[in-house]
Design a protein around this ligand. Structure first.
Ligand SMILES: [Zn+2]
Length: 665
């Protein structure tokens, strides 16, 4: 028997995957000179408010603003009466979480009502900052009264966004005073618990202020945070990260799924600070390990609420979805690797919308890839979450997601386009949007009109007021074999998948750029050899009839429209798929539908797939959930039926990982 040292095994397998999935054609880092500065990111995000949504993305953000996001502070005590706003309720992460998403929402949508609301709350926070620099909820004697600094890291991350959107200098001064208090206080009251495991979130505001002031103490503060923080680099070298958390046990901060989603960006940020090339490789290695041992068809990894393995009945917490999205946006910016853009779209178009009702008034704590019913369930097979974790509701299981869910869509919209170091613009992810920027002093607008990801064509118009030379960099998804671009009616030009395609030319007036990313059906083989149908960035799931039942109506704050709901299937779900084993994608037929007013709803699905399958009577509910996917190819004597699949993001209950039927000979 050959024994392989686990550490070198993980390092080698990660490196092997990187060679294929992370293409070489992306911007090389600039290498400065001394550690007395920050290394330059590959791309810089545009200032908040420069990117505006169009078409389905605009509708989606409007739905969000008209749903829980735009109203949470009006009735939910942990925000409405937060200690951050002078109340007596929770005074830690919840109000800053809500603001962190709603600042981005208000300025991306240019919603004046929401902007005024946010401004009032921010005004309260900065006008109640203490002379010593700590914000209101921080205890006067923090040595005796422990206060987990995670909330302060989060509040500053929110405030720098607000400063970017408004230019309010007082807010920047408030951040500076807060970071000074932290710089002076960290030795006396070091990071512990959540702050210790989320130390890198502090780098967001530290870097923002450093780039405005060039004060060297800020870099020292960043290094102090890293030194006191948890060492994920070391943790990922050991076996524990690969092991699913057992049911009802071994809850660990280092395997907490939200920390996992957040921490994948840690070493990209740390690379800018410490100039250690080894740090640059860590984010891709971390994602690769999470995929290998806990990965799901949605681009997420399980965690309910610690990492839970590849079984599609384990869940993923909403907080981890929105945090992983923000991490991927950061990775696109710092490292400029197109593979992170592919992943960003996959999570944003699948895992994010699926875990909300289509009006965005209710959400789940945990979503499952095979989720055939969502009920109050004491027998649930979560590793350690409670019976209500997959209900759609106001605060199922725990209120963190209620306050943190808001950042998903607006930050995705705000990171679609980024600046290149040479005055150009990069399309990092695709959704209908416009962006404005200056190239060599000339005002330029890009407008992307498309129903992507439900369609494979994208029409981009670049408008320049005067002639201006700058590069337009288009991310070509790794799945887009045969991708083409056509500039100003010229012949179509091929583009290499898994790379940025650079169009460097003089732009003048309105120039149309036609893009096509051919989407082919693909079958991926997953847990227990179950199969998932994919096309482009979307995974497809069985469309089920839904029975919705209102529950918990007597609990506080559950007045409609913010009630709690169970969902049960009204049609059968236990099918295996009949696929041609030589060419499994051949038997699947895709059909365009209009993209609905609610783009991520069963009735609004912009694309459907038809596939043949037969019932598997032995595959049943267990503990009120879809049972374990039967392993390997299955026999069925039931008749074949035509089944309709719709994008995962459009479903609320679903089967996504199907057993394959044995081919009859
Ligand atoms: Zn949460």
């Amino acid at each position: 028997m050959i024994t392989i040292d686990r550490r070198s095994f993980l390092a080698r397998t990660a490196a092997g995957t990187l060679a294929t999935s992370f293409a070489a054609n992306f911007p090389e880092p600039q290498r400065p000179q001394s550690r007395d500065t920050l290394l330059e990111p590959a791309f810089r995000p545009l200032p908040l408010g420069s990117i505006r949504p169009l078409r389905w993305l605009e509708r989606q953000l409007r739905i969000q603003a008209d749903g829980l996001s735009g109203h949470l502070d009006e009735f939910w005590p942990d925000v409405a009466e937060s200690k951050w706003f002078g109340g007596t309720a929770e005074g830690w992460e919840r109000a800053p979480y809500w603001l962190d998403g709603v600042v981005a929402l208000a300025w991306t949508l240019n919603d004046k009502r929401l902007q005024e609301k946010v401004a009032r709350h921010v005004e309260y926070i900065i006008s109640h900052q203490r002379p010593d620099g700590w914000f209101g909820p921080y205890p006067v004697d923090a040595v005796k009264m422990h206060y987990d600094l995670w909330a302060v890291l989060l509040a500053n991350k929110m405030l720098v966004q607000y400063h970017e959107a408004t230019g309010d200098e007082r807010v920047l001064r408030a951040v500076e005073a807060s970071l000074r208090a932290m710089y002076n206080g960290l030795d006396r009251t070091p990071l512990f618990e959540w702050g210790q495991y989320r130390w890198f979130e502090g780098l967001v505001s530290v870097f923002y202020l450093y780039e405005k002031t060039r004060e060297p103490w800020l870099l020292e503060l960043g290094r102090k945070l890293r030194a006191q923080g948890f060492d994920y680099r070391e943790f990922y070298k050991h076996e524990d990260i690969t092991v699913p958390t057992p049911r009802r046990g071994l809850w660990k901060l280092q395997k907490h799924v939200v920390n996992a989603g957040m921490s994948v960006k840690a070493y990209a940020l740390a690379w800018r600070l410490d100039h250690d090339e080894a740090d640059r490789r860590v984010p891709a290695e971390m994602i690769d390990t999470l995929d290998r041992y806990h990965g799901q068809a949605t681009g997420m990894f399980t965690g309910d609420e610690c990492l839970a393995g590849k079984n599609p009945i384990q869940g993923t917490e909403l907080c981890s979805v929105v945090e992983f999205l923000f991490s991927l946006e950061t990775l696109c910016s710092v490292l400029g690797n197109p593979a992170f853009g592919d992943r960003l779209e996959r999570v944003a178009f699948n895992a994010l919308p699926a875990t909300f009702t289509s009006d965005m008034w209710a959400h789940q704590y945990d979503q499952q890839v095979n989720q055939v019913q969502c009920t109050i369930n004491p027998d649930a097979m979560w590793t350690d979450n409670g019976p209500e974790s997959n209900l759609f509701g106001l605060e199922p299981n725990y209120g963190c997601c209620t306050s943190n869910m808001h950042q998903g869509w607006p930050k995705f919209a705000a990171h679609l386009w980024m600046r290149t170091p040479d005055e150009g613009i990069a399309a990092v992810a695709y959704a209908p949007s416009t962006a404005g920027f200056q190239a060599h002093g000339t005002q330029v607008t890009v407008a992307l009109e498309t129903d992507y990801p439900f369609r494979e064509t994208l029409k981009l118009t670049v408008k320049s007021a005067k002639p201006a030379r700058f590069p337009l960099m288009l991310r070509v998804p790794a799945w887009a074999d045969g991708a083409t671009v056509r500039v100003a009616g010229a012949a179509a030009e091929g583009m290499k998948p898994g790379a940025f395609h650079r169009l460097d030319r003089e732009w003048n007036g309105a120039v149309e750029v036609g893009i096509r990313f051919p989407m082919k059906a693909k079958i991926s083989v997953r847990y227990n050899e179950a199969v998932t149908v994919e096309r482009g960035p979307l995974a497809y799931s069985l469309k089920l009839g839904e029975n919705w039942t209102r529950v918990n109506a007597d609990k506080p704050h559950r007045e409609l429209p913010h009630g709690d709901f169970e969902v049960r299937p009204s049609t059968p779900w236990n099918y295996g798929l009949a696929l041609d084993h030589r060419n499994p994608a051949a038997g699947i037929r895709f059909e365009e539908r209009p993209v609905g007013e609610k783009p991520f709803s069963p009735e609004g699905a912009g694309m459907t797939a038809t596939v043949r399958g037969a019932k598997l009577p032995g595959w049943k509910l267990v503990h009120g959930w879809a049972g374990e996917v039967p392993p390997g190819p299955q026999e069925s004597s039931e008749p074949l039926e035509e089944l309709t699949l719709i994008p995962y993001g459009c479903t609320r209950i679903r089967v996504t990982e199907f057993p394959r039927l044995k081919t009859k000979t």
